[in-house]
Each structure stands twice: as structure tokens, then as C-alpha cells.
Write a protein that binds this ligand. Structure first.
Ligand SMILES: [Fe+2]
Length: 299
């Protein structure tokens, strides 16, 4: 069973001081020359599987970003080489971290256009299981979208917003926005519903599930609705929120969240699979996938 990567929920959890690397920003050397043939082989398997699945399912910006990056099936990308291309395009670079990092470190990197990527790769027997974001999720899933100027600005703004939200103690509400956009976002394009979220784009089974299954709800993205909605950290999403256009993220990056946090204080929280009367529903899901799992858990 796929245990989808849910790293944003866990940034702080693995961040005990015992694991803190020597540098205060938690970066480490990628040590590219030390990857083994087996590790490059895992990258190849995952790369080839996703590259077959994503045309016609991922958004045009993802496909274009991937084409323009020095990333291929042969080997785990060298962050330095990749960052040269990325930096020229949108001013971002990729830095290596050992795994999960504390929230403030994570947001600090994003606010400065540095994307922290797990240095390690999952084991061959764990292709669909991840407890921490690895190099495949972080690079294959995230970096193509960072080649897009809209996403590049949006994720930087999220980093700045995350630092503020941490201080205000309202991180959970902001994290939901990241979750339902950067990690699990869908976008309506002229030829259909497409993936732009890295959590989906780096997962074979959720790639299919998110755009093809009858089970999940697909609801038009609405900021306050999303900020009140719980998400699945252990499985596929029960609801995907859909942008009409990626440019909507530009507006989102400019919103002052402080009044929203005040307004939503004490407001009701919605279940991950809830559909509200106020929702603009694109697909009302059967929820069959998650209902079957819930029944099994009760049996
Ligand atoms: Fe991620």
C-alpha cells in the first residue's frame, strides 16, 4: 500500500537536536559522487515509471520544467548542476538536507529561494513508502514546478508567511494551504484536469487516483475553505482542490493572512472528505476508497 509522503506535517518531528547537522541551516553536502549504482537504479526505476504516467496527467508547466532541467533517468541529479539552470530561470537553488528539518529552518530556506531536498533516496523495497521526503520526491516532484515563475514566487511567499505564522501560532492553517496546493494541487487546463502538486507527481498510484478515480472529491480551490480543512497524512487525499489557473497562486502570494487568521479563529474545521453547500464541486466523489479502508479498520 502506498504510504504517501506527508512531510509538511512532520517538519519538526524529526528535528531533535541529536539529529541537527553541524550547520545551523541544516544543509549538508550532497556528496553526489558517493551515491551507489543501486541508489541511481532506484532513481531510474522511479523516474521511468513517473515519466510514463505524467504526460496527459501533469500540467504543461510541470512537463516543460522537467524538459528544461538537466534531469534524466540515468542518475540522481547533481544539485549544483541543476541549481545553475534553476537559478538562471527563477532565482531558486536546491540545497541538500539530511531529511526533515525544523519548521523555522524550512521556511527560512524557502523565503530565500533555497529548496531543501532530502539527500538520500528510498530503498529498492520501499518504492511507494516514504517516512521522510527523499531526493526523488523533492527533486522530481518539486523542482520542475520551481522553474515556473508563478510557483517560484508563491513558494517564496509561503516561506515568508510560514515564518510569520509560526510566530503567531497559526501554522496549521497555513500548512493546509501548502498541502492542498504545492503538494496535492490540481489545476484546470484547457485539455482537462492536471496535476501540479509534488506529492502527487512523485507518486505513481496517487497520480492515477487524483485525476482518474471516482473516489475523491474535486472542489474548486477557495482559500478560507482550505484553511479550515483537515488533510490525510497517511494516505491519498479524500478531496483535491482545483485551481482555475496557476496564476491564482500569484494572488494568493500577495494576500495578507493576518486578518484571515483572526477571522478563522474558532471557526469550524472540516473533515478531509466533507463537501459543503458553499463548495463549487467539480466532481462529487464516492469516497469508496477511503470508506472501504474505514470499514476494514472497524472490522
Ligand atoms: Fe514535498
Amino acid at each position: 500500500m502506498l504510504q504517501q509522503l506527508k512531510e509538511t506535517a512532520k517538519h519538526g518531528l524529526a528535528a531533535g537536536d541529536a539529529h541537527a547537522p553541524e550547520r545551523p541551516d541544516w544543509t549538508i553536502d550532497q556528496g553526489w559522487a558517493n551515491y551507489t549504482q543501486e541508489e541511481h537504479g532506484v532513481w531510474r526505476t522511479l523516474f521511468e515509471r513517473q515519466s510514463k504516467l505524467l504526460p496527459g496527467r501533469a500540467c504543461d508547466e510541470f512537463i516543460r520544467g522537467m524538459q528544461d532541467l538537466p534531469i534524466g533517468p540515468e542518475q540522481i541529479p547533481d544539485f549544483e548542476q541543476m541549481s545553475k539552470v534553476l537559478k538562471k530561470r527563477t532565482g531558486w537553488e536546491v540545497v541538500a538536507v539530511p531529511g526533515l528539518v525544523p519548521d523555522d529552518v524550512f521556511f527560512g530556506h524557502l523565503a530565500n529561494r533555497r529548496f531543501p531536498a532530502g539527500q538520500f533516496i528510498r530503498k529498492p523495497h520501499e518504492l511507494d513508502y516514504l517516512e521522510e521526503p527523499d531526493v526523488f520526491h523533492d527533486v522530481f516532484g518539486h523542482v520542475p514546478m520551481l522553474m515556473n515563475p508563478v510557483i517560484a514566487d508563491y513558494i517564496q511567499a509561503y516561506g515568508e508567511g510560514g515564518l510569520r505564522a509560526s510566530r503567531l501560532g497559526v501554522l496549521e492553517k497555513l500548512a493546509r494551504v501548502y498541502w492542498y496546493t504545492v503538494e496535492f494541487g490540481l489545476v484546470q487546463q484547457s485539455d482537462g484536469l492536471r496535476i501540479y502538486g509534488a506529492g502527487i507527481a512523485s507518486s505513481a498510484s496517487e497520480t492515477r487516483f487524483s485525476v482518474e478515480s471516482d473516489s475523491p472529491n474535486r472542489v474548486r480551490f477557495e482559500l478560507e475553505r482550505v484553511m479550515q480543512t483537515n488533510y490525510r497524512i497517511d494516505d491519498f487525499q479524500e478531496t483535491y482542490f482545483v485551481l482555475g489557473h496557476l496564476d491564482e497562486l500569484l494572488e494568493l502570494a500577495q494576500i495578507d493572512f493576518a486578518p484571515l487568521y483572526d477571522r478563522l479563529k474558532g471557526a469550524p474545521e472540516h473533515d478531509a472528505g466533507a463537501v459543503l453547500a458553499s463548495d463549487q464541486v467539480l466532481t462529487r466523489g464516492t469516497l469508496a476508497y477511503h470508506d472501504a479502508k474505514r470499514e476494514k479498520a472497524l472490522a
